[in-house]
Design a protein around this ligand. Structure first.
Ligand SMILES: Cc1cc2nc3c(=O)[nH]c(=O)nc-3n(C[C@H](O)[C@H](O)[C@H](O)COP(=O)(O)OP(=O)(O)OC[C@H]3O[C@@H](n4cnc5c(N)ncnc54)[C@H](O)[C@@H]3O)c2cc1C
Length: 414
C-alpha cells in the first residue's frame, strides 16, 4: 500500500492524478478464514484492524451485506466524548477518544478528528446535580471534564439563548477534548489498513446463517456460499438480534430507528458541539457549514432506515428554543439508522453460548465515539479469551444484575 503524504499529493498532481491505487481490494471470498467478522461498520473494521495490529491475526474476512460504512457508521452525527459516569464506560470511551487523537497518523488517512469541545447543557436542577456528579467521577477516572457556568456557556456558544421559554441554561458539562470526526473516513481508514495487512473485505455478501458442530462455530452461510471460520465476531449493530438468532441464542437488545438532519450551509457560527438533553436535540456545524442536528429514537421497534416528520418537528422545535437564529434555516435532508439498545444503555462485548462466537453490539445511539476502543477490546477478547476493557460488558451482567447504568450519559441520542 502506498502511503498518503504531501509528497504523494504533489506527485499525483503533476501526473493528473492517474497513479492513485484503490484504497482497499475487493477479493472473492475464500472457503475458510481463521476469523470472520460480520459487519463492515466502524466496530467490525476496527476489530479486524486490532486483531492484525495487536495480535498478529491477519487471516481475517470482514463480511458486509451492503457497502462498508453504509450502516450507522456512515449515518451518525459523529460526536466523540468520554464523559460517562461509570468506571467501565469511562475507561473504554476514554481509550477510544485518546485513539481518535492519533488516528489520522496511525492509519495514514485524514479522519478529520476535530477536538472542538462538547457541552452537555444542564437545564434543570436535576441535570445540574447529575453533571456535577459526572464531573467528580470523571476527575477520579482521569477524564478531563468540568462543570461550567451559564456565562462560560455563552462565551463558548455566542448564538445560544440562555433564557429559553421553557428551560433556562443553568450550566453545562464541558469536555474540551471531545469533538467530531469524519465518519466515512473512519470506516475507510480502517478498511484500507486491514486490506494492507492482507485481510479480505467482502461487500455485498449477506450472512444468512451460522453453522456449528458440537457447540463450536464452524462458519457462516452467505449469499455467496458457505465461508468457514475458526472464530466468528458478530458486529452488526441494529441487526445483532437476527444474527444471534441464526447462532441459536437470544440477546437482550431492541432495534429502533434513530434519525438526524442537516441544514443548508451557513457561515461559521458555532465551533463547539452542543447537546441539550432536556429539550432533546443536539447540534454542531460541519466543515461545509451545514448545521448537523440529531434527533431522538422512534418509540417503537422497527427496521426502517429513514426519518419521520414528527421527529423533525420535535427536534427542530427544541433547537429553536436553544438557538433562536436557526428558525430561519432551511433543512436540507434527513435520514435514519437502526440502533441497538440494551436496558442499561451500555454495550455488549462478549463471548456467547456458542463456542468461538463473540458479539459486539448495544452501542445504541452513541457508538461512533467508541469505535477504536471497542475494536481494541473486541480483538483482545477474540484473540485471548479475555479483555480488561470488555470484561464488565459481558452478557453475564444481565443474568447477574451487574448493570452499567448509563441512561443519563446516553440520555440524548448522540
Ligand atoms: C442518526 C444517528 C446519529 C448518531 N449519532 C452518533 C453520534 O453523534 N456519536 C456517536 O458516538 N454515535 C452516534 N450514533 C451511533 C453510532 O452510529 C453507532 O453506535 C455505530 O456507528 C455503530 O457502529 P457499528 O459498526 O456497530 O454498526 P454499523 O455501522 O451499523 O455496521 C454494521 C454493519 O453490519 C452490516 N450487517 C447487518 N446485518 C448483516 C448480515 N446479515 N450480513 C452481513 N452484514 C450485515 C450492516 O449492513 C452494517 O454495515 C448515531 C447513530 C445514528 C443512526
Amino acid at each position: 500500500m502506498r502511503r498518503y503524504s504531501a509528497f504523494a499529493i504533489a506527485r499525483e498532481a503533476a501526473r493528473h492524478h492517474r497513479g492513485w491505487e484503490r484504497a482497499w481490494a475487493s477479493p472473492e471470498p475464500r472457503k475458510r478464514y481463521d476469523v470472520v467478522i460480520v459487519g463492515a461498520g466502524g466496530h467490525g473494521l476496527a476489530t479486524a484492524y486490532w486483531l492484525g495490529k495487536n495480535h498478529g491475526i491477519t487471516d481475517v474476512a470482514v463480511i458486509e451485506k451492503g457497502w462498508l460504512g453504509g450502516g450507522n457508521t456512515g449515518r451518525n452525527t459523529t460526536i466523540i466524548r468520554s464523559n460517562y459516569l461509570q468506571d467501565p464506560s469511562a475507561a473504554i470511551y476514554e481509550k477510544a477518544r485518546s485513539l481518535y487523537e492519533t488516528m489520522s497518523q496511525d492509519l495514514n488517512m485524514n479522519v478529520m478528528f476535530s477536538p472542538r469541545g462538547v457541552i452537555m447543557l444542564a437545564q434543570t436542577e436535576h441535570e445540574v446535580r447529575g453533571y456535577r456528579r459526572t464531573a467528580m467521577a470523571n476527575a477520579q477516572q482521569g477524564v478531563a471534564t468540568e462543570f461550567i457556568s451559564p456565562a462560560r456557556v455563552k462565551e463558548l456558544v455566542p448564538i445560544i439563548s440562555l433564557d429559553g421559554p421553557r428551560y433556562p441554561v443553568l450550566g453545562g458539562l464541558w469536555q474540551a477534548r471531545g469533538g467530531t470526526a469524519r465518519h466515512d473516513a473512519v470506516a475507510w481508514a480502517y478498511a484500507r489498513a486491514c486490506s494492507a495487512m492482507g485481510m479480505h473485505i467482502i461487500q455485498k455478501c449477506e450472512v444468512t446463517g451460522v453453522t456449528s458442530e458440537n457447540g463450536q462455530v464452524t462458519g457462516v452461510e452467505t449469499s455467496r456460499g458457505h465461508i468457514g471460520c475458526g472464530k466468528l465476531g458478530m458486529v452488526v449493530a441494529g441487526h445483532a438480534g437476527q444474527l444471534a438468532e441464526m447462532a441459536g441464542f437470544r440477546l437482550p437488545i431492541e432495534a429502533v430507528a434513530l434519525q438526524a438532519l442537516v441544514s443548508e450551509p451557513i457561515k461559521p457560527c458555532m465551533d463547539v458541539v452542543v447537546m441539550a438533553n432536556t429539550v432533546h436535540g443536539y447540534m454542531s456545524q460541519s466543515d461545509k457549514g451545514e448545521m448537523v442536528i440529531g434527533g431522538g429514537t422512534d418509540g417503537f421497534n422497527n427496521f426502517t432506515q429513514r426519518g419521520s416528520f414528527h421527529h423533525i418537528e420535535e427536534t427542530v422545535r427544541a433547537l429553536v428554543e436553544t438557538f433562536p437564529m436557526i428558525s430561519r434555516l432551511k433543512m436540507l435532508r434527513q435520514w435514519g439508522g437502526i440502533v441497538d439498545m440494551t436496558g442499561d444503555r451500555s454495550p455488549i462485548i462478549s463471548a456467547t453460548p456458542l463456542g468461538g462466537c463473540y458479539v459486539n453490539c448495544g452501542w445504541g445511539t452513541g457508538g461512533f465515539k467508541a469505535i477504536p476502543g471497542s475494536g481494541w477490546a473486541m480483538a483482545e477478547l477474540m484473540a485471548k479469551g479475555d479483555s480488561p476493557l470488555a470484561r464488565a460488558f459481558s452478557l453475564s451482567r444481565f443474568r447477574e444484575g451487574r448493570f452499567i447504568d448509563e441512561s443519563v450519559a446516553a440520555g440524548v441520542a448522540h
